[in-house]
Ligand binder design. Structure first.
Ligand code: ZN
Length: 659
């Protein structure tokens, strides 16, 4: 393990340095994963009365160690924390309330639930991680002996206790019994590592040094690679599976969860090796590496594809344990978050792509922890009752609640063609803002970067090329698990020409992009849309030219009319599958790539109008933008129109030729 402390970058003052050291710890996923660690620094400040008071700056809940700044730390009065540490017992609610009341700043974030533990350690700086190598060593039958073998008497060892007041109390009693002048750390069994020092640099260096010792021990005692069913050290990445198989599994998981879920496939060689193990069900059936993972991965992954069986086992687990908390508990949804299958690899589920990605990150580390543990004599996890306590611990569930209620289209997946610019881009943006995952297709390379974040997948696709369409759809279903919505927006507008001067190539190209490609996309997408948990939706961007054609645009008008007829037939054929197909007829949308300021000025002059008058040349005298169309498309995809299919909606500001 490399010491990455850089004196020049570490900042001025103890809180700045603590934030810097936290980011070093938090940006290494083998040490800290998605909220799995915390840090603190004790310092003195002068308050408004002029009094000097001791303050514990501890990581605030909801702040990520990888990116934390000084403002992410909660300043607590040490004097009050010392008083609290003398109380024999505190409930979670009491502790959270007391910590909040001990804050020096009313606008500070909630302090970490491990704040009291930080307070009792008699050193200014404290760093805490859930390092893979530490949980590997503590999740063994002879974990105590292994920790003693690696660290000797340099660390205090505390048996597993659930985080919160009781853990602080357990550490408070273990400390005087075991701590000596050479103590540099504290190992919490089944949980992680604490180190401390006179400043953050020393606490960090001790952290790295202890991790390094554990890493060297593991390197000597394990091969560092997963073993496969045929005994080889590696496996090939898993091949494609039919997209419909993935979408079928996503549908079952969504139905079991009671809401649409994203399902993301991982089939790299390390995953392939793990799911290929003959003892997969046995080793993966023991539980998570640390209990806080449970809110992301559930206690156990689903082995194979029997969702009903998994859900039944989850309900039984809840029934067995629900009396433990002594308060009425609401059962969480019984759907798996991690699926392990020898053919599929690892699939992770979540209400958002981000959640599925977090579950994947955590379980990828879990697989390597289990592999190493097996080579050290047998991986084991905490018992079911301890794990249940954390899964149904209000303070852990609060972490999820902090994210707020999921948006309307969370867990649903929309494919938008022509997503790099204009109307397609506006539709993609509106769908993303409503919480959907969006697959954006376009001929322009810029589509891959059109939007940021895990909910967006941009693919450069020529919609007239069947093999590109099929490959992109396959990759998209591997990424998100299925398809709920299609917005067909890609289209071309050939240069205006009268029929007497018809250009056959332009005619064919227009029909190919505007009609043929959509027919093929419909064929490919139908089996996936039919599996959408809330019913599939299709919105086709047609044109005002359909009800009100103009001279000089034969190819465009005919192609859009054919597209509408295709969509009407789809509405008829697919209603039985619960798929709604609707069309919009935009007109005079000028904020697209087709319209340059010069072209707009030229057209306006031709009608002897100003550009503004030209843009609003409709009955309502309103400007129609890509965003106007995007909003209408979003509404048609939403639950606002559950009983509408085959509809054609003008978005033209009102036209006497259409009305
Ligand atoms: Zn912890």
């Amino acid at each position: 393990m490399q010491n990455r402390w850089d004196e020049a970058a570490s900042g001025d003052g103890p809180v700045e340095q603590c934030a810097y050291g936290s980011r070093l710890l938090g940006s290494d996923p083998t040490l800290v994963l998605h909220g799995g660690g915390n840090t603190s620094i004790k310092s003195k400040v002068t308050d408004v009365t002029g009094a000097q008071i001791e303050v514990l700056y501890v990581k605030g809940s909801g702040h990520d160690l990888a990116t934390i700044a000084p403002v992410g730390f909660a300043p607590l009065r040490m004097a009050r924390l010392r008083e609290l540490l003398t109380v024999p017992a505190l409930t979670d609610q009491q502790m959270v309330n007391e910590l909040r009341c001990a804050l020096l700043d009313a606008s500070a974030p909630d302090p970490s639930v491990e704040a009291l533990l930080h307070a009792l350690l008699p050193y200014p700086a404290v760093q805490h991680s859930h390092a893979d190598v530490i949980v590997t060593l503590t999740n063994l039958a002879d974990g105590d002996a292994r920790i003693a073998e690696v660290f000797g008497t340099d660390v205090v060892v505390v048996p597993y206790v659930m985080p919160g007041f009781d853990l602080a109390a357990a550490c408070a009693s273990a400390w005087p019994e075991q701590a000596g002048p050479g103590t540099v750390g504290m190992v919490l069994m089944g949980h992680g590592l604490f180190t401390f020092g006179t400043d953050t640099q020393q606490a960090y260096q001790r952290h790295i040094a202890l991790i390094d010792r554990a890493e060297r021990y593991l390197a000597e005692h394990t091969t560092g690679a997963a073993s496969t069913s045929d005994g080889s050290a590696t496996a090939s990445p898993l091949p494609d599976v039919p997209a419909v198989e993935l979408a079928t599994l996503r549908r079952k998981i969504s139905d079991t969860a009671g809401a649409p879920m994203i399902l993301s496939r991982h089939r790299d060689s390390a995953t392939a090796a793990f799911v290929g193990r003959p003892d997969l069900a046995q080793i993966a059936g023991r539980g998570p590496a640390t209990p806080d993972h449970i809110i992301r991965t559930k206690m156990l992954p689903m082995i194979g594809r029997d969702v009903a069986d998994y859900a039944q086992a989850y309900r039984e687990y809840f029934e067995r344990n629900k009396v433990r908390r002594g308060i009425p508990l609401q059962q969480l949804d019984p759907a798996p978050r991690v699926v392990l299958d020898p053919e599929l690899g690892m699939l992770t589920a979540g209400r958002r792509a981000k959640d599925a990605d977090i579950a994947a990150d955590i379980y990828q580390h879990t697989m390597s922890i289990i592999d190493d543990g097996e080579q050290l004599g047998g991986y084991r996890a905490l018992s079911e009752d301890h794990l249940f306590d954390v899964e149904y611990w209000d303070l852990e569930q609060a972490k999820l609640r902090r994210a707020g209620a999921p948006p309307a289209l969370a867990g649903e997946i929309a494919l938008v063609t022509g997503a790099a610019s204009g109307i397609g881009r506006a539709c993609a943006g509106a769908l993303l803002a409503a919480g959907a995952c969006v697959i954006g297709w376009d001929l322009a390379d810029s589509v891959t970067q059109a939007f940021a974040g895990p909910e967006y997948l941009g693919q450069r696709v020529d919609v007239t090329n069947l093999s590109e369409v099929a490959a992109a759809l396959q990759a998209a279903v591997e990424r998100f698990g299925g398809l709920d919505m299609v917005v067909a927006s890609a289209g071309v507008f050939a240069a205006s020409a009268p029929i007497a001067e018809l250009d056959q190539d332009a005619w064919r190209r227009t029909m190919s992009v505007n009609v043929d490609s959509v027919a093929v996309l419909f064929r490919e997408a139908h089996p996936l849309l039919a599996l959408a948990p809330r019913g599939g939706r299709v919105v086709v961007i047609a044109s005002k030219n359909v009800p009100a054609p103009g001279p000089g645009a034969a190819a465009y008008s005919v192609s859009k009319a054919a597209l509408v007829q295709l969509s009407r037939v789809a509405a008829l054929e697919w209603a039985g599958d619960g798929i709604r197909v609707n069309m919009v007829h935009p007109d005079a949308v000028f904020d697209t790539g087709l319209w340059t300021p010069e072209l707009l000025a030229d057209r306006a002059a031709r009608y002897q109008l100003s550009v503004d008058e030209y843009k609003k040349r409709n009955l309502l005298h309103t400007e129609i933008t890509s965003a106007t169309v995007g909003t209408a498309v979003l509404r048609l995809c939403s639950a606002d129109f559950p009983a509408t299919t085959g509809a054609q909606i003008p978005i033209d500001g009102g036209s006497d030729r259409v009305i």
